[in-house]
Write a protein that binds this ligand. Sequence first.
Ligand code: NAD
Ligand code: IPM
Ligand code: MN
Length: 355
Amino acid sequence: MDIYKIALIPGDGVGPEVIDEGVKVLEKISELDGTFRFEFTRFPWGCEFYSEHGKMMDDDGMDQLSKFDAIYLGAVGFPGVPDHISLWDLLLKIRKGFDQYINLRPIKLLNGAPCPIKEDPAIDMLVIRENSEGEYAGAGDWLFKDKPEEVVLQTGVFSRKGTERVIRFAYEEARASGKSLTSISKGNALNYSMVFWDQVFEEVGKEYPDVKTASYLVDAASMFFVLDPKRFEIVVTSNLFGDILTDLGAALTGGLGLAAGANINPEKIYPSMFEPIHGSAPDIAGRELANPLAAIWSASQMLDFFGHEAWGKKLLNTIESLMVEKKVLTPDMKGQATTKEVGDQIVEMLHTTTD
Ligand code: NAD
Ligand code: IPM
Ligand code: MN
């Protein structure tokens, strides 16, 4: 029996509500499978923990987490704690500290998912977001604070190693899947970082003559995401552009309640982390209104990661059947179900389709 040790960081706001449903689903799948099980350990880290202890995680938190096979995270950040503290001391600390430099964010329109585009286009892309540096390097300065000559610097850091490895990963993914690869950047205005990015994209591409490529400026790409999303298959982009484009992509494919992400350390030296891409949704937290499907989809990415692709796919199919046939949906998808009812329904469907 394989045992997967999972660190749960439910976090803030709707985080714990959606993670509970994901855990329920993973437990049911392991029970149905019988050859593996999950061992979950819950960490109370987040903004409440901060209010009590003045820190977002234990001092040896990263050491504790390093013992796990994966991390399953809800959301971090809540009014009362400045966002740049809560996020940098927990979520971004984990992504960076564990060198989870690949952020896999599928932008895929599942059957039954609401899409604001009238013709309901086939949307099936995988955004590979650089996840360890770039605009999120955390480098900068705040000079002459509160003086008339005040100047604030926020420096992007694009290392050769950091840029090459994510682009190479994307080429490998494109080659393996036979799909095209699009790089999204902004070399016309960002005259160092993005000129370098484009150069590396071209250089690495020489090793992949079989991969069909395209390169877009991020402004035009945003337009085509909406007007002609089929032109994108595998997409590789920088940390900040990836962040923004995937919320846009989420809006096209069912909303933030249905958008999943995996933060991967491909070398498996450190644990990878699975999380919905939405935040703590303070406007709906504590009212059982949150859609758990994004968290459940990221659980499916976790199953893929552990080599249980058949279960990952089955779970995704179950989400589709839920939206098409059962319509047990939360209010963001025009339904009336609670967070728990959606999770329970998925569990029940997994059960019946496996009998
Ligand atoms: P948000 O994603 O929390 O919410 C944006 C909108 O989407 C809200 O109207 C919210 O109700 C809705 N929404 C989000 N998740 C939903 C779900 N599962 N079901 C139904 N509706 C959902 O973004 P925000 O309001 O900009 O940020 C709130 C807090 O979360 C901030 O502190 C922010 O920094 C943090 N944040 C954290 C993460 C993360 O932990 N990965 C991601 C984004 C934002
Ligand atoms: C996300 C979030 C984070 C990011 C924030 C909360 C730091 O928006 O996971 O998409 O920008 O990466
Ligand atoms: Mn985001």
